[in-house]
Ligand binder design. Structure first.
Ligand SMILES: Nc1ncnc2c1ncn2[C@@H]1O[C@H](COP(=O)(O)OP(=O)(O)OP(=O)(O)O)[C@@H](O)[C@H]1O
Ligand SMILES: [Mg+2]
Length: 366
């Protein structure tokens, strides 16, 4: 993604990962980063997709005594199990077809540095077992090697946007590994819970992308900024970066207006955005507004009405559809948008399933 590459290149130039934001949560987060950077304790970073888990891990590394050695990121969700095993632990020549020579793993190469294990919740149970053994002994067992191998010293920071406690209860994540990784827990709040950071982030990325001489846009007007500040940002800062980049590339005038914003960002702005076909405001619209704008809980505002038969199944499905559109098909984000506690997620899905209101998420993934 161009946005990531662009933002990343700026980071390399200054040599420092950037954590923008002046909200109370961000100030506390920076303090916590400084505190935990001094130790070698393992850290679990959690938060929704795009909130900045990797940036936080990089900041910890940069502030730590290991900063002169490398920071190595491994995406545990991006590779099939056997490739991930070799990626992490390395392999010896001839251990599988195509293993023409010995290859060190990322853990070995990161000796004395920091290893960032991203999407840890996606690891298979067997890989979790191998990782646990490594964390207990520090000893690398290469794929195809007979005995135990070299002992390496790495600081491990793991991250996930899934609830590991839920995965544990489903038998998909090892509890002993969870406790090993969760020595220090850093939860990054979603962007919609620190809206005061939005103008600052928009301004930062606008300046960054607008440096390109081919771009007309130089700033954004107050109405457009107000819409961005009200929007719920299910994809968090990554989504914001993309929206700003698109705005800069597609805008024709120096000052961007609401018309330059993508429709999904404007969709809940009745005044500034009109759908092609006007439709009357429905009960579902009002309920959705209460969930999103007034932060009422799904249980108190929608569920109760449905159980009391004051609203129909059709209305319930419409509310869910709006949530899925906003969350781009991710039911877990829908649950958060609807102000549910994470422990209520299963109950929410069971309810939808039982009442035939669980719409297929695929069509919302685009
Ligand atoms: N506080 C911040 N200030 C500036 N940029 C940020 C901040 N947080 C995140 N970003 C930027 O947003 C993008 C997403 O951040 P990052 O990759 O760290 O998120 P993530 O939580 O790891 O996402 P995912 O769960 O999707 O892997 C990156 O381009 C990153 O530079
Ligand atoms: Mg990430």
């Amino acid at each position: 993604m161009a946005g990531r590459a662009f933002a990343g290149s700026l980071m390399r130039k200054s040599g420092q990962p950037q954590l923008i934001g002046t909200s109370r949560q961000m100030v506390e987060l920076r303090e916590e980063i400084s505190r935990v950077a001094r130790s070698d304790a393992k850290i679990l970073v959690t938060g929704e997709s795009g909130v900045g888990k990797e940036v936080v891990a990089q900041c910890i590394h940069v502030e730590s005594p290991r900063s002169n050695v490398n920071f190595t990121a491994v995406n545990c969700g991006g590779l099939p199990e056997n490739l991930l095993e070799s990626e992490l632990f390395g392999h010896v020549r001839g251990s599988f077809t195509g293993a023409y020579r010995d290859k060190p793993g990322k853990l070995e190469l990161a000796h004395d540095g920091t290893v960032f294990l991203d999407e840890i919740g996606e690891m298979t149970l067997r890989m979790q077992g191998l990782l646990l053994r490594f964390l207990e002994t520090g000893e690398l067992q290469k794929v195809g090697a007979d005995g135990g191998g070299r002992v390496v010293n790495v600081r491990v920071i793991a991250a996930t946007n899934r609830s590991l406690r839920d995965l544990i209860s489903q038998g998909a994540f090892r509890e002993d590994l969870f406790y090993r990784l969760n020595v220090i827990h850093i939860e990054i709040p979603p962007l919609r819970e620190r809206r005061e950071d939005i103008p600052l982030l928009v301004e930062h990325f606008l300046q960054l992308f607008a440096r390109d001489p081919g771009c007309a846009v130089r700033s954004i007007n107050a109405d457009a900024l107000a819409i961005l500040s009200r929007y719920s940002w299910p994809g968090n800062i990554r989504q914001l970066v993309n929206v700003v980049e698109r705005l800069v590339i597609t805008g024709r005038e120096p000052v961007a207006t609401p018309d330059d914003l993508p429709p999904d960002v404007r969709v809940h702005e009745g005044v500034s955005f009109r759908p092609k076909r006007e439709r009357r405001r429905t009960v579902a619209d009002d309920l959705y507004k209460r969930l999103i704008d007034e932060h009422e809980s799904f249980w108190s505002c929608v569920y109760t009405l449905y159980m009391d038969r004051e609203i129909t199944r059709g209305t319930m499905r419409d509310v869910i559809r709006m949530g899925l559109e906003e969350a781009r098909g991710n039911y877990r984000i829908v649950a958060r948008l609807f102000n549910l506690e994470s422990r209520d997620y299963k109950r929410f899905l069971n309810f939808l399933r039982k009442h035939d209101c669980q719409l297929p998420f695929k069509e919302f993934r685009q």
